[in-house]
Design a protein around this ligand. Structure first.
Ligand code: ATP
Length: 356
């Protein structure tokens, strides 16, 4: 892990009037560049073999410059160049995933947020320790497959976007679905509606929904469109389809805007608050955007199955604001909120609190 001192020394050397906000050319890059431009920053698109012609179609979100590299390894060699450009990287999910958390952790280019969160997010057991110790309700783990007595979801470790996950309702179904070579864990299947709630935590802003330090903001929420489970019902019962070799999958293909009933909002805020407060002690705090991935049952219980500790693609429907962020500032996207936080960090001389 690159040390905080090292990053602070690099930040001290930056020309604060000429900071460049950079991110990888995919995932949530349009709103990150759009937001950064609105806040007056120079922008740099990092293309690791991604095609960049798409940005010509969206002038308000086209970065000022591109940096083309063939691989993430080559990006490590560009460290000095990026530092000379006063670059702050905004890491999104794809950037960290493709660079790999191990390399990203030690990359010496200043990055928005706290890199220490990676250890707690990537390891499912540590993530569970973090959330349950904060008093957040999570789906029950079933440690003995022979004791499956209700619908469960079998999750393979390292599966991206739920690929390969399967539902079983008893032991024979579990045995039928299991791919033996893979590591997995079994989780109670929580029946309810899914809400992916997009928060932003600022340790340096003082007005708003206050925590023991800083403020918590609710910017938007979405529901993921998941193929093929979301559409399977059109073809008949899952049991019948399984006999024909069709199994439900959870591969994310897009994001649908959503608002929750208003009485759920205090519950969501309470969860966000617990997750942030507990992150202070465990690893010095989760900073910036994060997403609580939850299921709301018909008893209006909120069960959290995962936390994403950075900007998620579910914020993309809200490049020009959401029902919630509009009540903070009309038209505010998560991308723009990140740029505003960097600006506030510069103004207050507190960049080192939000950049690691
Ligand atoms: P990503 O990293 O892209 O978020 P993942 O591989 O970590 O995906 P999860 O997000 O844990 O996978 O789960 C994928 C999908 O499976 C969820 O979006 C949700 O639809 C469903 N799901 C996950 N856990 C449960 C659960 N306990 N009960 C019911 N459905 C669940």
């Amino acid at each position: 892990m690159v040390s905080k001192d090292k990053i602070r020394r690099i930040l001290d050397s930056y020309d604060k009037k000429n900071i460049t906000i950079a991110t990888g050319c995919s995932h949530t890059s349009l709103q990150i560049f759009h937001g950064a431009k609105l806040e007056g920053f120079r922008t740099l698109g990092i293309s690791v073999q991604q095609k960049t012609k798409m940005y010509d179609a969206f002038p308000a979100a086209k970065p000022d410059d591109f940096l083309y590299v063939d691989s993430y390894a080559q990006l490590i060699d560009m460290t000095d160049y990026l530092i000379e450009q006063n670059v702050i990287v905004v890491p999104h999910g794809s950037f960290v995933e493709y660079m790999t958390p191990a390399i990203f952790e030690s990359w010496e280019v200043p990055s928005f947020g706290n890199r220490m969160v990676l250890d707690w997010e990537a390891d499912r057991e540590k993530e569970r320790e973090w959330l349950t110790s904060a008093g957040v309700k999570m789906p029950r783990i079933i440690s003995d497959a022979q004791k499956i007595d209700r619908p469960v979801l079998v999750k393979y470790h390292g599966a991206k976007g739920g690929r390969g996950f399967f539902i079983a309702k008893d032991y024979p179904e579990f045995k039928m679905g299991l791919e033996h070579a893979k590591k997995y864990h079994i989780q109670e299947y929580v029946l309810g509606t899914r809400y992916y709630v997009h928060f932003f935590y600022s340790p340096i802003k003082t007005e708003g929904y206050k925590l023991s330090k800083g403020v918590l903001e609710l910017l938007s929420m979405d529901r993921r469109d998941e193929s093929n489970i979301d559409e399977m019902y059109k073809l008949g019962s899952v049991e019948e389809l399984k006999r024909h070799g069709f199994f439900p999958t959870f591969v994310v293909t897009g994001n649908v805007p959503i608002v929750a009933r208003e009485s759920l909002l205090p519950k969501f805020f309470d969860l966000g608050e617990r997750i942030i407060e507990s992150s202070f002690n465990l690893f010095g705090g989760l900073i910036g955007p994060f997403c609580i991935e939850s299921i709301v049952t018909d008893q209006l219980d909120v069960v959290v199955f995962e936390v994403s500790a950075r900007i998620v693609a579910g914020t993309n429907p809200y490049i020009s604001g959401s029902s919630y962020s509009d009540l903070i500032q009309p038209g505010l996207s998560t991308g723009r909120r990140i740029a505003q936080e960097i600006k506030l960090g510069v103004e207050k001389g507190l960049l080192h609190e939000i950049i690691t």
